[in-house]
Design a protein around this ligand. Structure first.
Ligand SMILES: *Cc1c(COP(=O)(O)O)cnc(C)c1O
Length: 431
């Protein structure tokens, strides 16, 4: 008999109750793809025809979207490749509540239209005493784009220190972003030193604003100096400061990291920041400033193109008013507690035959801020061979490799996920 005739037909397989259920949950596309793959295996003689349905079920993904959850055991608190800040439970609940129809732009009391994002804007403004007004856009790059367009578009100048011409990552450079708006860059000072007088000499009728950019991912040491925000007030032009990380108030553990509140208190007219770095929220760009300037930003046509969706607004509000974010908890976790977790986990794994040891480690904040700062941490060390199976699991665990060992740094792992890590390692040991 032609073996191809034994291949179960697509419609017969799709009629199976379990596959119909999977199709209802995951959508028909993924189920059809798994059916086609199982049929090919029957055709190739790899599995018998009556094993087709179990093979389809085994070949189905866990969910419709292919982005999978990852446990960040890298020791990099804000890992851009892993989606930067993980959201708090409060923010996740807010996301879920806003996912359907929601009153994002509707007043349930009057039944009429309401200001979009009013709740998130109010809590943000309340969180930064001294900021008259706030605007939220897609990310900090969008915030800089909007500020540059409105305050220096049509060929006016942005005065910027040569020491603050930052590449953010993946080849994106803030100076390129600024000139893409039609503004011209007026570079002042040198890579290592820029004084108030350099700015003062450059400011003139062509100036749109003076910009300070926080060098958030590198450090220049040695013979250096930079003008403070305060130094730049009184030049007769707006002072715009990109603080990067989104700290709203000073963080004692990161004394060199600028925050929005202090920067406004020093006299900045506009401050921009990211939502998904040290603020610990969703991707967003925050623009704080005087009511007059923020109203001009909000009314510009670009604002419509840069606006955030209801999900971002919901998660942002919950991040601000909710309990400490996973980012804040990772930053402030006590190293003694981390070492206790590492010892317990290593002991449990060793009891199950894994070559696991608790070791001291150094964690970092990551691309989101505080370059050069390391935080004492604790990790579980195991053979490097665990790295690939741990990364490939349905709930992937990503660590870092050091001297031929896989290091799972617990500073970036929420304590509630230790059991998941343990199960993932045991599964990898059996693989
Ligand atoms: C990260 C960063 C940006 C870019 O922010 P996004 O929110 O990723 O667009 C801009 N400026 C500074 C100083 C940064 O650190």
């Amino acid at each position: 008999m032609d073996p191809r005739r034994a291949v179960p037909r697509t419609d017969a397989l799709l009629a199976d109750r379990r596959l119909a259920e999977a199709s209802g949950r995951l959508g028909p596309t993924l189920v059809r793809a798994a059916v086609a793959a199982a049929q090919q295996r029957v055709r190739d003689g790899e599995i018998p025809p009556d094993a087709a349905v179990p093979a389809v079920l085994a070949g189905l993904p866990a969910r419709s979207a292919s982005l999978r959850p990852v446990i960040n055991a890298t020791g990099v608190i804000l890992h851009t490749n892993l989606g930067r800040a993980p959201l708090s439970d409060a923010a996740r609940e807010a996301l879920a509540a806003a996912a359907g129809c929601t009153d994002v732009e509707f007043d349930v009391a009057t039944g009429g239209r309401a200001r979009r994002g009013r709740h998130a804007l109010r809590v943000l403004r309340d969180a930064v005493p001294g900021a008259e007004s706030v605007h939220v856009v897609n990310n900090n790059a969008a915030a800089l784009l909007l500020v540059s367009t409105v305050l220096a578009g049509s060929g006016r100048e942005i005065v910027l220190s040569r020491g603050e011409m930052v590449e953010i990552g993946d080849g994106f450079r803030i100076p390129d972003l600024l000139v893409s708006t039609g503004a011209r860059l007026r570079e002042v000072g040198t890579t290592n030193r820029t004084a108030r007088s350099d700015y003062a000499a450059a400011v003139g009728p062509e100036t749109g604003f003076v910009l300070k950019v926080h060098p958030s991912n590198f450090r220049i040491e040695g013979f250096t100096s930079a003008a403070s925000v305060q130094d730049l007030t009184g030049l007769g032009v707006p002072v715009v400061v990109d603080v990067g990380s989104g700290l709203l108030a000073p963080e004692p553990l990161l004394p060199d990291e600028p925050d929005v509140h202090s920067t406004i208190a020093e006299g900045a007219d506009v401050v921009t920041a990211s939502g998904d770095k040290l603020l610990g929220g969703p991707q967003a760009g925050l623009v704080f400033g005087s009511r007059a300037v923020v109203d001009r930003l909000r009314r510009h046509p670009l604002s419509r193109a840069l606006r955030v969706d209801k999900l971002t607004l919901a998660a942002l509000e919950a991040t601000i008013v909710g309990p400490p974010t996973p980012t804040a908890l990772a930053l402030t976790a006590d190293v003694g507690g981390l070492m206790e977790r590492a010892q317990l986990l290593a002991r449990q794994l060793a009891d199950d035959g894994v070559d696991a040891l608790a070791v001291g480690a150094r964690a970092i904040v990551g691309g989101g801020g505080a370059p050069g700062v390391t935080l004492p941490s604790a990790a579980v060390s195991m053979p490097e061979a665990y790295a690939l199976p741990l990364r490939s699991g349905d709930h992937a665990v990503v660590g870092r490799i050091e001297s031929g060992r896989l290091i799972l740094d617990l500073r970036t792992v929420p304590p509630g996920d230790d059991a998941l890590v343990r199960h993932a390692v045991l599964k990898a040991a059996r693989a």
